[in-house]
Design a protein around this ligand. Structure first.
Ligand SMILES: *Cc1c(COP(=O)(O)O)cnc(C)c1O
Ligand code: SF4
Length: 348
């Protein structure tokens, strides 16, 4: 086993293991972990300062997960939009390919809570072939997003087999990998992995930092290695109640990401997934956060705030109302970051 696989194997997987370090009643949490698995790597565990802090909330089971029964397991209809096992084809020119059902840490707010960590395993050879065939047969697919679970939990050879298969498809332009491993298991980003990934450019990695406490010497090194391999890095944050639903926290996170060469890409409104309701925030709050970024700090630090519509209707950006129609056909009223309204006359 590689070093990172040993570390992963040393993760804690039961709430009882928390009681060594923290004063908590593990009993009620056991029921939650039986339904929705728990895993916390030694590194991510070391980031917890105290029960209930932003790291804790993201990874420790919470009884509210079982109480939230009004929602669906798969509100985005990912399963209906799946032409072959593991592929989600919702948009015209790009597909998501779920290549792994495992993650280093099982996030309590995960949108794929229904399947992630639930023993779905990784794609077998037959499944890989049918996904590659599907993509190869469709000229319109120019972008493949490897997701899961976490694609970087595959070992280097398994991942390389997938990348090599994709690169044999001439019409495929870009490959993206969505991975939380830089945040939760940074030692996975080895020099060897980066040397391998470099051979499959143009390749993008979108990672998933949610809180400034996650930006450490270790996660910064992981991102630096990827960036040094010529991989543009983006970040997708989920807006989480009690974790990052605060303009100052979010602004600091976006600024710190830029310092480690990660470009904020999306802030996601929580999906309406069963078991995650206690993380949901109001859209107003997200809009307020966006207002606190735009103009107040580097434009580079402003991602898109998006909501993924139910039923697989797609992602829509949510924007504060910076533009209104004025009186008269060509008149616009623009509101700037200081709240001033400026009238603008458009060309005829
Ligand atoms: C989010 C998503 C994508 C990628 O969307 P981008 O806006 O291009 O990043 C593709 N397919 C599905 C099913 C998605 O949910
Ligand atoms: S890393 Fe991503 S896929 Fe895995 S549990 Fe967290 S949010 Fe879900």
């Amino acid at each position: 086993m590689n070093k990172w696989q040993n570390t992963l194997a040393a993760s804690i997987v039961s709430p009882e293991q928390l009681t060594r370090r923290f004063k908590v009643d593990a009993e009620p949490l056991l029921r939650v972990a039986r339904r929705y698995p728990m895993r916390i790597t030694p590194y991510y565990l070391s980031l917890i300062n105290e029960p209930g802090d932003p790291i804790w909330r993201q990874c420790v089971p919470d009884v509210r997960e079982l109480e939230d029964d009004g929602q669906q397991d798969d509100p985005l209809s990912e399963e209906l939009l799946s032409p072959v096992p593991g592929l989600i084809h919702r948009y015209p020119d790009r597909v998501v390919w779920l290549v792994s059902a495992g993650c280093a840490v099982y996030c309590r707010f995960c949108m794929r809570k229904r399947q992630v960590g639930c023993g779905g395993g990784t794609a077998g050879n037959a499944q890989i072939k049918s996904a590659l065939d599907y993509i190869a047969e469709r000229q319109e697919i120019r972008d493949v997003i490897l997701s899961g679970g976490d694609p970087l939990l595959l070992d280097d050879d398994a991942l390389e087999a997938i990348l090599a298969g994709l690169r044999k498809i001439p019409h495929l332009e870009i490959i993206r990998i969505g991975s939380r491993v830089p945040v939760t298991l940074p030692e996975r980003i080895t020099a060897r992995l980066c040397r391998m990934l470099k051979n499959y450019h143009p390749l993008y990695v979108n990672t998933h930092f949610n809180h400034p406490l996650e930006i450490t010497a270790e996660s910064a090194t992981a991102c630096a290695r990827l960036a040094d391999a010529g991989i543009p890095l983006g970040n997708q944050t989920v807006l989480l109640k009690g974790v990052n639903d605060d303009p100052a926290v979010m602004k600091r996170l976006m600024q710190m990401l830029l310092k480690i060469r990660v470009k904020p890409y999306y802030i996601h409104q929580m999906d309406l997934v069963k078991g995650t309701g206690h993380f949901r925030t109001k859209v107003e709050q997200g809009l307020g956060i966006m207002e606190s970024l735009r103009g107040h700090t580097s434009g580079m630090a402003s991602p898109y705030y998006v909501i993924d519509l139910e039923g697989g209707k797609g992602k829509v950006p949510l924007l504060p109302d910076y533009v209104r129609r004025g009186e008269g056909e060509n008149i616009f009223l623009f509101r700037n970051y200081r709240g001033e309204t400026i009238e603008y006359c458009d060309v005829d």
